[in-house]
Design a protein around this ligand. Structure first.
Ligand SMILES: Nc1ncnc2c1ncn2[C@@H]1O[C@H](COP(=O)(O)OP(=O)(O)O)[C@@H](O)[C@H]1O
Ligand SMILES: [Mg+2]
Length: 215
């Protein structure tokens, strides 16, 4: 199997990038993934330290400089899957990750402020598409919406009208398990293996794994 890179990205902060990257690293454990932490706040690295009190730590690499990221991507002799948690900002590090990744995943809640953020992120993707010479698409999933919400027409319309955004089918709703789990450095699977958070994230992982298998 060739090396694969998933980057969790969205220039808007607080949309669940770290939570997604962290949970994905556990849910895709059969691929022995490396969680690459690009966030200047180092949240993933910090969560992995907390995790060590409860269970086995994840394979996390903390990156500070562009050349470190380039080295990791180029010198990937044994590791097969990299899951990059990009920061909640626009930086050259994040841009390298977006251009290099095989699969981009972007959580968004679909509320007005998040859609505005997604709109801004879309213009970054357009810019980077020109640099790369191909249309860069990110796979958006709706996250942190009310457990009873049914109407997603507005966000679907927004995403469908963009060349750079593609909507995944899975919807992840607001579940206390996500925040309670991450506070212990755990995935929702480890925290509550029978919860709705676990089922929803499992469905999301399945969709992402299908994208991986197509590479
Ligand atoms: N579906 C959800 N259910 C409950 N809490 C959520 C959900 N999605 C995100 N959150 C919370 O939102 C906050 C921001 O998530 P985080 O992964 O740190 O975002 P980012 O890395 O994009 O800044 C965290 O406290 C997280 O637990
Ligand atoms: Mg983060």
């Amino acid at each position: 199997m060739k090396t694969m890179i998933i980057a969790v990205c969205n220039s808007k902060g607080g949309v669940f990038k770290t939570g997604t990257a962290f949970n994905l690293t556990v849910f895709l454990s059969k691929y022995k993934p490396v969680l690459v932490d690009l966030d200047s706040q180092k949240s993933g690295t910090y969560l992995n330290n907390i995790r060590q009190q409860f269970t086995e730590s994840l394979n996390v690499i903390t990156i500070n400089k562009e050349n470190e990221l380039e080295q990791i991507i180029e010198q990937n002799s044994t590791e097969k899957l990299f899951i990059i948690d990009t920061g909640g900002f626009d930086s050259s590090l994040t841009r390298i990750a977006i251009i290099t990744a095989d699969i981009l995943i972007s959580p968004t809640s679909g509320n007005v402020v998040d859609l505005l953020g997604l709109n801004r992120f879309e213009s970054i993707l357009k810019e980077l598409s020109n640099v790369k010479g191909e249309t860069i698409k990110t796979n958006v999933f709706i996250n942190d919406v009310s457990p009873s919400a049914k109407n997603f027409d507005e966000i679907k319309e927004f995403i469908n009208s963009s060349d750079n955004l593609k909507l995944l089918n899975s919807i992840v709703r607001t579940r206390a398990d996500f925040s309670n789990a991450i506070n212990k450095g755990l995935s929702v699977k480890e925290f509550n293996p029978v919860g709705k958070a676990m089922l929803e994230f499992k469905a999301l992982t399945k969709e992402i794994e299908e994208l991986l298998l197509k590479l």
